[in-house]
Write a protein of this length. Sequence first.
Length: 440
Amino acid sequence: MSTHSTVFERNVPTAGAVDESLRSTRASVFWLEDAPHTDHPQLIGQTTADLTVVGGGYTGLWTAVLAKRRDPAMRVVLLEAQTVGWAASGRNGGFAEASLTHGHENGRTRWPEELDTLERMGMENLDAIERDVDDLGLDAQFERVGTMAVAYEPHQVRWLEEDDHGEWLDRDAVRAQIHSPVFEAGRWNKEHCALVHPARLASELARVATELGVEIFEHSAVTRLSTRGAGVLVETPRGVVRSSTAALGTNVFRPLLRRSRLSTVPVYDYVLMTEPLSDAQMADIGWHARQGLSDLANQFHYSRLTADNRILYGGYDAVYHAGRRVRPEYEDREASYRTLASHFLTTFPQLEGLGFSHKWAGAIDTSTQFCAFHGLARRGRVAYAAGFTGLGVAATRFAAEVMLDRLAGERTPRTQLEMVRRKPLPFPPEPLAQIGIEAT
């Protein structure tokens, strides 16, 4: 008998079944393949702006869109090193969580006195995204279906029993929702999360930004940021933007401000996407409510359905490479993909024979407080936000509002939050960073 403690070691599928599921899998991001992309020019020469936004992911895109909605006359320039949404914003799971604190427990531990306010603001932020989807006509496959946390082991069942967030589902009820022989209990929170198509959300925000008058430049990596006089000078290999203010949404990539260099580390997350399920396979698994799914393990999994009834299955391995490097070769980790395929077949043994069409990975900008931090620098002319730690699909919009409040010199309920004002502890230098991160 196995000495391992989890269901994934007790109920292991055959090596042949895992091999077959990965036989035709290609290394490519499904979301990016499945989303339209409009090319934007490279910045060449000099230009001016009221606001320069650095980063073409969710943080930068929301900042640009909201800035123009606040002041349509503002001239906004957005600079992206590669293409809009190509990094974390185009390759995440598409879970738009209301939480700004990476879950209730993390918020309760770190900011207990303002947790009620943070949770209310988080819900207001998610509601605002839902309104934006309607008002701006964002074709992002938005589904306000919530998430269900499931338990595999007796101690996880006890955790769910002690929780009071969402609807309690016993063994029969959780398996009636999603037909898996390993689910022992569940908690379904129906309002606190929406699912989106990640890359379509990014491309749609870029479309709206352009329609509002934002100038977007791709393949325009920022090489230097400096402040002279009353303005900000942002330099790229072939161009320069002179502006009054700047908002930085570089997230996992090397910060432009020295003060933030030790505030985040890149941790790699791995994902599989199945081929579309047939009607018979969908009947075999149920999942009629289409809610997002996660479990309670420290090395947790997350999964969801797509619009064409594929299953995205990711998580478990979270890999840090010493030196805080972000490199394409780190995405090629066959052991992680095989582990995910094995765990998928343990969860849904009735889907043996279903193949995975895509595999990919991405780097998560991780902070020591496990959620975003916010800052203002260069005498109030440069705002920044980073460290979303895998929960940025919705929280980036909140971060954009914070940055715009601060750049405008406005004292708002958002800017007065301790969570916004406090900076996370920096990560230590190597080798202590690697030791601590792997232990966590």
